[in-house]
Write a protein that binds this ligand. Structure first.
Ligand SMILES: [Zn+2]
Ligand SMILES: [Zn+2]
Length: 367
């Protein structure tokens, strides 16, 4: 038994040419392979619909099909309907319908936002509220762009729904249609508050989660929080780029955090508890007596937290800071003279007791 072309198009055997055409358009658009990529079932259905229409739209072929349709050897049109011929048939009958459909539903634009956070916030993770001016769905029309009870959008009369217009001459380029802004559609009854755009500029806010260990330049994509689409198209995304402020003391290297700890001669010689900056605030660190410049102390677990496993460490590098005598003013000033007197005292003791600075002493002896 051959295919029932009427059943395929979902029409009665007595259907008018117009009814057949309408059914073909609706079904061909619904099953078109451009809308169902890699879907063999839709493709087969699309070919059947096209084959049925090729016969039923031609009065002579339809008459031959009608007289033979209940016979085992029904008239088939004699031609295989492949995918390309099926697509060509649709554009021959209705023009570039699918291109027009695509233009009508345009995705909204992405919104980009740069969020600057402190070094410690990026390392430990945080949540920030961002507030920005952007297009949001118009609350009056709910984003449709049409006023309540409106007649719905119509095809743009200037470009015929293509969204673009060809200039004069065979080689003239296509340019976006100025009347419909390339949409191919125009609201007959636009919403007064958004003038048909379906969107209004408004203040929007959004909470952004910054996971622990976030590095500068990282991007968070919040799906669907961009500008609303046009004529029912999907909204764009909100793209938040994280910018991390430098910290005056702390620097990140992978999972570890590095810092330098300046010490006075007295602190370095005596050791003891010294406050050290860290991402979780100042921590008191026990400095061993006699520590030297370049010595490294490791603060376990004070680095970058990890999703799995133990956090990184903070590495503290000791740097002895040499006094700047000029800061006390010129010689003759009370503070400067007092400090220099103490230095002279120190030097005396250091010479008397070479074991205080053994490396220095042994080099001077040889010299
Ligand atoms: Zn509106
Ligand atoms: Zn237009």
């Amino acid at each position: 038994m051959a295919q029932d072309h009427y059943a395929i198009l979902g029409v009665d055997a007595k259907a008018s040419a117009d009814e057949i055409k309408r059914a073909y358009r609706r079904l061909a658009l619904a099953t078109h392979p451009d809308r169902h990529p890699d879907d063999p079932v839709a493709e087969e259905r699309f070919r059947q619909i096209s084959a049925a229409y090729a016969i039923l739209s031609d009065p002579a072929k339809r008459a031959r099909y009608d007289t033979t349709r209940h016979l085992p050897e029904a008239f088939t049109g004699g031609q295989e309907m492949n995918l390309q011929t099926a697509k060509d048939l649709l554009s021959a009958v209705f023009g570039d319908v699918l291109g027009r459909q695509r233009r009508q539903r345009k995705r909204g634009r992405d919104i980009r936002y740069t969020l600057t956070v402190d070094f410690a916030e990026a390392v430990l993770g945080t949540e920030k509220e961002i507030v920005f001016e952007a297009l949001g769905a118009c609350s009056t029309c709910g984003g449709t762009g049409e006023k309540a009870g409106g007649r719905g959008p119509e095809t743009c009369g200037l470009c015929g729904g293509r969204g673009e217009i060809k200039g004069e001459g065979f080689f003239a380029p296509w340019t976006p249609c100025g009347r419909c802004s390339g949409m191919g559609l125009i609201h007959q009854d636009p919403c007064k508050d958004c003038r048909g755009r379906g969107a209004r500029r408004e203040s929007r806010s959004f909470r952004v989660r910054i996971p622990p260990g976030t590095e500068g330049g990282a991007q968070r994509v919040v799906k669907g929080q961009g500008e609303p689409g046009y004529f029912g198209g999907e909204p764009g995304n909100l793209l938040v780029t994280i910018n991390v402020r430098d910290d005056p003391w702390l620097r990140r290297d992978g999972h570890d955090i590095h810092c330098e700890l300046p010490l006075s001669l007295g602190e370095a010689a005596r050791g003891g508890k010294i406050p050290v900056p860290s991402v979780s605030g100042s921590v008191n660190v026990e400095i061993p007596p006699g520590v030297t410049t370049g010595a490294r102390l490791r603060l376990r677990g004070k680095g970058v937290p990890q999703e799995r496993g133990r956090p990184g460490d903070q590495i503290v590098t000791i740097a002895l800071e040499t006094p700047r005598l000029d800061a006390l003013g010129p010689r003759g000033g009370a503070a400067r003279d007092a400090y220099e007197a103490l230095l002279t005292e120190l030097e005396k003791l250091e010479t008397e007791h070479p074991k205080l600075l053994p490396r220095r002493a042994s080099q001077r002896d040889k010299g």
